[in-house]
Design a protein around this ligand. Structure first.
Ligand code: MG
Ligand code: MG
Length: 264
């Protein structure tokens, strides 16, 4: 069942998501070759707890294996999503998708950004740029009167036109008291598919886009999702709320992007 939020609930959702964005900004400040994803996880967990919140991902159950052991997902290169932080140092030219979720005052935040480690190949930069553009093209479609399918249709069209793959098995979602609520928000579809978009709808939109084939596999750790062809994957995610007939960002990439510009 889709649970539409009140204005007061949307303000709480915004606070949780801004904390996620602040956490990802802390990661943007430090990410560089030589650092490990476990170090990023420790930094993120401390930052989240220092702000009175809990990392939603830590202990998240898995029907196929152990619960998620960390506070963020760190998915490097051909890992699409759900990468478990580890002690392997990041290298120049890597990309790492950092997905972060927090619970604050009973509401969840959820956002993801794919970072470059040092200088990456121009073809990889293009994958990241297209995935981020697709996210915003999807968000633009989240207006009252449209269907959820409008979002996925815009994302799929933008990415497939440029020869990229759209992962089918993983989708965006409603968000509120729970991190995953109805409805599902696929990154593909048609303008006649899915429920109608209404004021009070709060969703996470999260294109997972591959350089090659969209086919995926599961790592032996039962968490990491990888591209089967070993090519790179990108993941950008915003939580949005629909009110006054149109979409409003709850999370923000502004401070991350400022840091990226300063690093150039
Ligand atoms: Mg996420
Ligand atoms: Mg999500």
């Amino acid at each position: 069942m889709i649970y539409l939020k009140t204005n007061d609930e949307i303000e709480l959702l915004r606070k949780a998501n801004l904390l996620v964005s602040a956490t990802l900004t802390e990661i943007a400040k430090v990410i560089r070759p030589g650092l490990t994803t476990r170090q990023l996880d420790r930094l993120a967990e401390a930052f989240i707890r220092d702000h009175g919140a809990t990392p939603t991902f830590k202990g998240f159950p898995n029907p196929y294996g152990p619960a998620f052991p960390a506070s963020i997902c760190t998915s490097v290169n051909h890992v699409v999503v759900h990468g478990i932080p580890n002690d392997v140092p990041l290298k120049e030219g890597d990309i790492v998708s950092v997905d972060c979720g927090v619970s604050l005052n009973g509401f969840c935040g959820d956002s993801c950004y794919t970072f470059c480690v040092g200088e990456v190949k121009s073809e990889v930069k293009q994958l990241l740029a297209t995935t981020k553009e697709a996210l915003y093209k999807g968000i633009e479609q989240a207006i009252v009167g449209h269907r959820i399918g409008h979002i996925g249709h815009a994302i799929q069209t933008h990415c497939e036109q440029q020869g990229y793959g759209v992962v089918r098995e993983l989708v965006g979602h409603g968000i509120g008291h729970e991190m995953h609520e109805d409805p599902q928000v696929p990154n593909y579809g048609s303008t006649t598919s899915g429920p109608e978009i209404k004021n009070g709808l709060c969703i996470a939109i999260e294109p997972m886009i591959t350089q090659g084939s969209h086919k995926i596999g599961l790592l032996p750790d039962k968490w990491g999702i990888v591209t089967l062809d070993g090519r790179m994957a990108a993941h950008f995610e915003h939580t949005i709320a629909i009110y006054d007939g149109k979409p409003h960002l709850m999370s923000s990439f502004d401070t991350i992007e400022q840091i990226e510009i300063q690093k150039r």
